[in-house]
Structure formats: C-alpha cells, structure tokens
Design a protein around this ligand. Structure first.
Ligand code: FE2
Ligand code: FE2
Length: 328
C-alpha cells in the first residue's frame, strides 16, 4: 500500500493535464439554466407546464429518480471518501496539488446534480419531499464504505465503475422521461449523464496510467475490488420506515430497466476491455491470477443476470414513503 501512494503522487503531473476535463465554471450548465425561471413574468406557466409533464411519470420512475437524486445528494460522503485515500488527498482543503484540484473541481461539478434533480422533484409535486429529505439526511449520517480499504488504486477503480454506472442510470431515466412526455426531466438527466460520462473518461484514464506505471499492483487491486463487489454509494439510505430501502429502490430500477444486473456485468466487461486486461503480458503470479479472474468476470455476471431476469417483475409490491405510501 505504501508504494501505492508513491505511484499516485508520481502521476500528479499527468492529473494536472487532465484538469481540462473539468469544464470552466463559466462554460458549465447550472440547474437554473434548465429549471423554470421564477423571476420571469411567465413563471406560473413554466411551473404549471413542469407539473403537467411530471404528471405522466410512473410511480416506478419516480422511485428510481428519487433514489438517484438521494445518491447525488450524499456528495459529502464521496468527497470525504476521496480525501481518505493517501496520495490523492487534499492536505489543506485548498491545496494546489493537482489531485486536490481535480477532486474539488469534480465535487463542484457533481454538486449541481443533486441540486438540479431535487429542485425538479420539489417543483413537480409528485413526491413526498420530506420523506426524500429525511432519507438524504439518514444516508449522509450513515455514511458509505466503498470497500477500498483506503487504497488509492481501488478508489480510482471504484470511481471509474461508479461514474459509468451513474451515466447509464441517468441516461436511462432520461430516456424513460422522454418517452413519458417529460422532455424537461429528460434534458436534466441527460445533462447530468453528460457530466458523468466526462468524469468516467477521466477516471478511466487515471487507472490506465496506473496500469502503465504499476501493472501488477493495479491488476491485483482491480481483482480485489471486484471480489469485494462494487457497493452502491447509497447502500445505507434509510427513511426510518423501510428496513432495506436500498434493496427496494434497486429492485424497481432493475424492473424498469434503468439499472440492472446486466448493466453491472456490462460495466465490468467494458472496463476489462478498455484497460486491455486480456492482452497484458509479463505479469507476476498474483497479477496473472487477477487477470484470469477479471477476464471471466463479465460472463459470470451475465449468467447471473440471466438467472435473475424475471425476479424483479415477480416481486410483491409494497408501500414506499417517497411516493406517499403508494405501492411499487
Ligand atoms: Fe453525479
Ligand atoms: Fe459522478
């Protein structure tokens, strides 16, 4: 592990060049660019239109959207996570160290996601906003353990996975929203998905560089990360009512195809291919074992996804606080 921070520190210059992957603030979209302008003369019509369009969203989609929003709103846990990883951490809170600048810039972009989505939900009048906010407060209190054991290699692998997972999920919500006639929600979710895609590219490039600098250590960390399974950031969400709220949310996401076991398998397959794991040569014994494990992993999860295919549809419906106790 000690060498891991040295390698991470050694690539600070490389990360410095990647700061351009973050958009300048002046060129960034802001939630107010897409949400109704409440200072305009026609604010009533804009809000009315938002609410009319939101009226066509299914309870399932609302539940998934709420879960995604809460996941974004727990951003303090994610910035804390990154800063626990030695070599990456921001030592002062305003350090000029490239990794620290990257993390702050990334956090600053991410912060717009929760704000845009939760303002939309608030204006839509479709969900129990208090229950949503209670869940966010619980989640941040409960925290989040990404199972990286503070290894910066695992942290970057985890984040590459998660950025892609959120990109897929927000992109799919956008699609369902558009099909349901809510183009505004579609636009918001696509803007968020666009940020996630940019972040994914950056994190994947950082890991690619790690693979060049330390192929054995990186491959071993990748396999260990996948063996521990990629825990979802909102795993510990709670509304004070439901015993396993995250599982409820995950089942609905799987049922309407927003984020499924197949996506999990696809993401693993994508990362293994993107990082060219199968073609790596000259590896240590341990890393060669990791390579073998990783190369068969996507297929393993695909088979699992096929086995559980019909399960979410069969799940009995139960009430959920976020949608005023209606059943999903
Ligand atoms: Fe995000
Ligand atoms: Fe993200």
């Amino acid at each position: 592990m000690h060498q891991h921070h040295d390698v991470i520190r050694a690539m600070a210059g490389f990360v410095g060049e990647y700061l351009t992957q973050l958009n300048p603030v002046e060129k960034s979209w802001q939630p107010s660019d897409v949400l109704p302008n409440l200072t305009a003369g026609d604010w009533r019509e804009s809000v009315q239109q938002l609410r009319e369009r939101a009226a066509g969203l299914s309870d399932e989609l609302l539940v998934v959207l709420v879960g995604d929003t809460i996941t974004e709103e727990a951003l303090p846990s994610y910035q804390t996570m990154v800063n626990r990883h030695p070599g990456v951490a921001d030592d002062t809170g305003a350090s000029e160290y490239p990794w620290a600048r990257w993390t702050r810039g990334w956090t600053a972009e991410e912060n717009r996601h929760g704000e845009a989505l939760s303002t939309y939900l608030y204006l839509s009048g479709r969900v129990n906003m208090r229950a949503v906010q209670v869940t966010t407060q619980h989640l941040i209190r409960n925290g989040f353990d990404p199972q990286t054991a503070n290894d910066p290699y695992k942290g970057l692998i985890y984040t590459s996975f998660q950025e892609r997972a959120t990109r897929v999920s927000h992109g799919n919500v956008a699609q369902v929203a558009n099909q349901s006639g809510d183009a505004l929600l579609g636009k918001i979710c696509n803007l968020v998905a666009g940020d996630e895609a940019r972040h994914e590219e950056a994190y994947k490039s950082f890991v690619k560089k790690l693979l060049e600098l330390d192929p054995n250590g990186t491959l071993t960390a990748f396999a260990e990360m996948m063996k521990a399974k990629v825990v979802m950031p909102a795993r510990l969400m709670a509304d004070g009512v439901e015993p396993d709220l995250f599982a409820r949310f995950a089942v609905v996401a799987q049922r309407i195809g927003v984020y499924t076991a197949r996506d999990y398998a696809d993401i693993i397959g994508h990362l293994v291919a993107y990082w060219q794991v199968p073609g790596m040569t000259g590896l240590s014994g341990e890393a060669a074992e990791a390579q073998h494990y990783l190369c068969g992993l996507a297929a393993h999860y695909q088979r699992f996804a096929e086995r559980i295919e019909g399960r979410p549809a069969r799940q009995t419906r139960a009430p959920l606080s976020w949608i005023f106790g209606r059943s999903v």
